[in-house]
Design a protein around this ligand. Structure first.
Ligand code: HEM
Length: 515
């Protein structure tokens, strides 16, 4: 009898789990939205759920399928979770800009109490959810308003000297490496440079990653993105069963990383305040915010919880260092494989530097062909393969059936990589061709067919800083060195499937010689 009861209970549990995991399967059918039939527990793609294939390619398959079948939207499932993929650039514009009020959040997980560093601008929610009244409602908007003045071109200009100093160090490093043969893992070199830049501007310290192979900042930078099996599982759960993630004890931020960044930030704030140091960098503004001397918006909402300030320096590091370094090193890879383009960039750098008498903030604005090369690099290798969004208020999809209302909490993906590789906007999309970004060619295609920094009110806040950093380092490298393929180069590039940010698999090794 007992055995029968146990068996019956086990069957009931299995059925309940099965019911729960499949109960969303009619989500899109009920709303007359075209969709891919899900497999129970897996959803639309095991590759996507288990990160077995780079997500950019998975989303590209979905995008191409939708376009071939004339759909503007396609419903897919990650496990049991419905996700809407936007497959039309006019709709991309509507969702990112016109209807932003309905689709405001990134939907990334954060937990201010247990993991304060996750309460950063990228993760914070814009608005109270319909059902979940959180204390941090509207915090994103307040914080964005407060942080935006840090990223104006005036502020970039006053921070340029810090970036330039790191570029001098990069020059010394490359010079020494050329003496040793010049075979370099460019992704690692640029990651070190980028770590030094963000360490200096966001944490106010000399990170010394280029000088010291064991620099703590670089070690922590590596750890930030390390995704072991347990964290990968925790992230998968955060994506598919967010409520379960809240009760699991596995931290998303490595505790060693958390302690290091929090301590470094707090020590520097203390040191600056004690010694009245002003460097015109990000940390200055965060200190001003801490002291409630507003550098941006005043008003009733202006007060910010000071406990979340280290999280903002952390997100500048997190969002800024790998993205900028990956874009610069992949650009160098393309230049190595396209010597004619490299030479054209060099001619421009020589001409502009002769005019300005060296690398200055103003000289960067004149390097328009270099900018085109960076833009083309970020088209082929966008840092985020897609823009994540979450519906924040019930949303009627424009132009669709009246039943096509997405409830608050629904995940949305704008598949950046797929759009960037759509031959309708970029003929022969796999070809590296910076001329696609001449003013004339840019005007000839929809603005929203290019999204490396996102768009709308949630666009990358660090865009100007990133361009300044990438152009300064490229100008120095192209001025003094030549890059060419090495026998160890992996080209065409492949990407790590598990990484949130687009990351080259197997590295990108290049040969560098003195000019
Ligand atoms: C090449 C370099 C970079 C690329 C390609 C890049 C790309 C992006 C993208 C695609 C987003 C999401 C935008 C959206 O959802 O519409 C984003 C957001 C963000 N980025 Fe960047 N980024 C770069 C550098 C930086 C730097 C240097 C910083 C800081 C110093 C930074 C800070 C942020 C922050 C804080 C957000 C969240 C903004 C918000 O939610 O309001 N990024 N970035």
């Amino acid at each position: 009898m007992a055995a029968f009861e146990i068996l019956a209970a086990a069957v009931a549990v299995v059925l309940a789990i099965y019911y729960y995991m499949t109960s969303t399967a009619d989500f899109f059918a009920k709303r007359n939205i075209p969709y891919l039939e899900p497999t129970p527990f897996i959803g639309s793609s095991a590759d996507a759920l288990l990160s077995r294939r780079w997500r950019g390619k998975v989303w590209q398959d979905w995008y191409n399928y939708a376009k071939t079948n004339g759909h503007k939207f396609l419903g897919v499932f990650l496990g049991r979770r419905p996700v809407l993929v936007v497959c039309d650039v006019d709709m991309v514009k509507t969702i990112l800009v016109k209807d932003f009020q309905y689709v405001m959040d990134h939907g990334t997980f954060f937990d201010r109490q247990r993991e304060p560093l996750t309460a950063n601008l990228f993760n914070l929610q814009a608005i109270y959810y319909r059902h979940i009244l959180t204390t941090q409602g509207h915090e994103w908007k307040k914080l964005r308003g407060k942080l935006s003045p840090t990223f104006t071109s005036g502020k970039m200009k006053s921070m340029f000297y810090l970036v330039h100093a790191c570029t001098d160090e990069l020059d010394r490093y490359l010079e020494a490496q050329v003496q040793k043969g010049g075979e370099l893992e460019m992704a690692e070199v640029m990651a070190k440079f980028s770590t030094d830049v963000i360490g200096s501007c966001a944490f106010g310290v000399e990170a010394n990653s280029l000088k010291d192979p064991d620099a703590e900042f670089r070690t922590m930078g590596r750890k930030v993105f390390e995704v072991g099996r347990i964290r990968a599982a925790a992230m998968m759960i955060a994506e598919t069963l967010p409520w379960l993630r809240r009760v699991l004890p596995i931290p998303l931020v490595n505790p060693q990383v958390r302690d290091f960044f929090t301590r470094t930030f707090n020590e520097n704030v203390e040191n600056r305040e004690k010694n009245h140091i002003v460097r015109h960098d990000f940390i200055d503004l965060l200190i001003q915010m801490k002291n409630n001397k507003s550098a941006g918006n005043e008003g009733p909402d202006a007060d910010i919880d000071e406990a979340i300030l280290p999280a903002q320096a952390f997100v500048f590091f997190l969002a800024g260092f790998e993205t900028s370094s990956a874009a610069t090193s992949t650009c160098l890879m393309e230049l190595a494989y396209h010597p004619d383009i490299q030479e054209k960039m060099r001619e421009e750098v020589d001409r502009v530097l002769a005019k300005h008498g060296g690398i200055t903030y103003e000289s960067l604005q004149d390097m328009t062909y270099m900018e085109q090369c960076i833009e083309e690099t970020m088209r082929l290798y966008p840092a985020l393969a897609g823009l994540p969004r979450v519906v924040t208020r019930d949303y009627q999809l424009p132009g669709e059936s009246p039943k096509a209302v997405l409830p608050a909490g629904t995940r949305v993906i704008i598949p950046t990589y797929a759009i960037h590789c759509d031959p309708e906007f970029y003929p022969e999309p796999e070809r590296f061709d910076p001329d696609r970004f001449s003013e004339e060619n840019k005007r000839s295609r929809p603005h929203y067919a290019y999204l490396p920094f996102g768009e709308g009110p949630r666009i990358c806040i660090g865009l100007r800083f990133a361009m300044m950093q990438m152009k300064t380092s490229l100008a120095m490298i192209i001025k003094s060195y030549r890059v060419s393929p090495s026998p160890k180069s992996n080209y065409p590039l492949q990407f790590e499937p598990k990484s949130f940010v687009t990351r080259v698999m197997g590295g990108n090794c290049l040969k560098i010689t003195k000019r």
